[in-house]
Design a protein around this ligand. Structure first.
Ligand SMILES: C[S@@+](CC[C@H](N)C(=O)[O-])C[C@H]1O[C@@H](n2cnc3c(N)ncnc32)[C@H](O)[C@@H]1O
Length: 391
């Protein structure tokens, strides 16, 4: 069987984790770029990538590519694609265009031309055209333009893959599920270790960790665009689903938050997340939260000044100083990982970060800081204030 080509976009900074996931599902010709990974594989690889990738945002099937000079060239490329192999005029469509250094002026006009190409294709073939639905289309068509080349993709995922299907309430500033999964992987957490998020919000980190430990695929509770396409191989898709083996072992996962609202969101999300074991959670102030085990991984994304208007930089500094004193006094043996866009957090905490991993939380340029809490760190007068090295 000939190989199909794909591109999977993902949060910037997590490409190497997506490479590992794709290797595990036997994808071939894996090539990471900024913000995504290109790969090849058969239909089973595409089904598994959609079902199992915790990091990818979508799986795009590459249909064709050519050099272009103007909108007409892109129209002709789009009109040549074998659309009727995948969907019919009864399916609704949406076109999205991304361009880097394209000399063409209007992305809206290119979007319109590609829509015309798909509609004209079906009108010529069957005398009917598909309609556009920009909110819940059956088929999303993507065009990616560089300075000289245009590539057309058909989305196989539908809703973005970080929408796992369990989130009830968005909370105040929830992490995207694929970024949360990436943080858990980057922390090196193993399912046999305790994991604690003391500022859990809606619980994204702890839920993603639980799903990972239980082997519950992220796509377990949702549908995919490829299920609506004419190319669906029901037997193969059923086999991919039958191969899933859930691990029901109880894991030591703990979550808390100062806000009653957040804890309610977490409780509701937990009832829908599909975890095969309960997670311990409570409403409490992180400044007072005692460690739930002798050692383990603390992983959190604390509130950011710029996301919560009322918090000033000096309040942030005071909060992190108090929290660090609490951690130094009680959390010896724990490794703490904090995702924040505030580079001064290590300075506020008077701790030296042993790792600083650059990541993007949406548009926010963040760091995942690693702090190893060692016995006696509370007694040190002032550990070297950390300077950002500008990574
Ligand atoms: C950026 S949000 C975390 C979002 C979470 N990762 C999610 O995906 O939903 C920060 C959280 O810290 C909580 N918080 C702020 N101060 C706190 C404190 N002193 N103790 C515990 N939680 C606190 C807020 O209530 C908020 O839910």
């Amino acid at each position: 069987m000939s190989l199909l080509s794909f591109f999977a976009p993902c949060p910037r900074g997590l490409e190497h984790l997506l490479v590992k996931e794709l290797e595990q599902i036997s994808a071939e010709h894996i090539k990471p770029t900024n913000g995504g990974v290109a790969f090849a594989g058969d239909t089973a690889v595409m089904y598994r990538a959609n079902m199992h990738s915790r990091i990818a945002s979508r799986i795009l099937l590459r249909l064709g590519n050519q050099g272009y000079r103007n909108e007409d060239d892109i129209y002709k490329l789009a009109a040549r694609m074998p659309w009727s192999s995948y969907f019919t005029p009864d399916h609704t469509i949406k076109i999205e265009v991304t361009a880097i250094k394209s000399p063409l002026r209007s992305l809206e006009f290119i979007t319109l031309r590609i829509k015309d190409a798909v509609c004209d294709y079906f009108r010529d073939l069957m005398d009917v055209r598909p309609s556009v639905d920009t909110v819940t289309p059956d088929a999303r068509i993507y065009a990616f333009l560089t300075e000289t080349e245009a590539t057309i993709y058909l989305d196989t995922s539908g809703e973005a893959l970080f929408k796992r299907g369990w989130r009830m309430d968005k909370g105040r500033a929830p992490l995207r599920e694929n970024l949360a999964a990436g943080l858990v992987m980057l922390s090196g957490w193993q399912p046999t270790q305790p994991l604690f998020d003391p500022m859990c919000g809606s619980g994204t980190i702890i839920i993603e960790a639980g799903l990972m430990a239980a082997n519950v695929p992220p796509g377990w509770q949702r549908g995919f665009a490829f299920e609506k396409y004419r190319t669906l191989d029901k037997t193969l898709w059923q086999k991919v689903k039958n191969d899933i083996k859930i691990d029901k072992t109880q894991r030591a996962l703990y979550a808390s938050d100062i806000s009653a609202h957040a804890v309610n969101d977490l409780a509701r999300n937990l009832t829908r997340a599909g975890l095969p074991f309960p997670i311990a959670f409570e409403q409490q102030n992180a400044l007072k939260a005692m460690p739930p085990a002798a050692n383990g991984i603390l992983l959190s994304n604390p509130p950011y000044g710029e996301r919560i208007d009322v918090v000033t930089a000096s309040e942030d500094a005071a909060f992190f100083k108090d929290w660090a004193d609490h951690l130094k006094a009680h959390y010896a043996g724990w490794n703490a990982y904090l995702l924040t866009s505030d580079r001064d957090v290590p300075k506020y905490m008077r701790l030296s970060a042993s790792k600083k991993i650059p990541l993007f939380n949406g548009a926010l340029d963040c760091r995942l800081f690693e702090f190893k809490m060692v016995a006696g760190s509370a007694r040190k007068p002032r550990v070297v204030a950390d300077e950002d090295d500008g990574q």
